[in-house]
Design a protein around this ligand. Sequence first.
Ligand code: SF4
Length: 230
Amino acid sequence: MKSASNKKTLKSQKPAKDNSAKPISDCQRCGTCCKKGGPAFHHADKTLIEEGVIGSKYLYTIREGELAYDNVRQCLEPVSSDVIKIKGQNDSLTCFFFNERQSACTIYENRPIECRALKCWDTKEFEDLYAKKRLTRKDLISEIEGLWGLIKDHQERCNYETIRKLVNAIKSNMDDDTRQKLVEIIQFDTEIRKLVVSTAGLDVEMLDFLFGRPLKQTLKNYGLGELYLR
Ligand code: SF4
């Protein structure tokens, strides 16, 4: 995407009609890539977060082991490490930093490396970069002792491999003990979020970055409705 400071009219930003049938070789500012989900961060982007250029309240983490859509393989798969991404706007996939009216990126000069690499007319550079050197919470937070201890504890107690096994067991036999174990994990996930806000005064908007999205939300990807947990 071009920068928000580019003064072209919206009309001129629409993809031009391709009368000559020439292949596209430049960004047409259609905004399609920014509406399909914000970018994931890589090591090359670390300073953007560390220096607060992109605030952590605008981020969320897909935690190691969590099911997520793989844009290159085009399927739902567990991720092999944390994937830190920019949040969407109003529960949509549209990147938080996309200005719909201007069809422009509001952080263009500081956009993450995936956005620089993604060219819809030639995705090779993006595909080469996609799963390499992803930035994790450990890269960013491990030196903040107390907080990092809580995050590690949460990751152990709410790990997605255990959750996947419990969900499969519940689906196959609705066993009460198994269901109770999963309920306790969900309760822990809920309580730790409340705790860091009430006792440490953390901004509630940072929770999806620090602890990933709430399990009550992500369990939908495992095909487990609330009905199973009653
Ligand atoms: S950071 Fe900017 S270029 Fe990247 S997806 Fe968001 S709006 Fe688009």
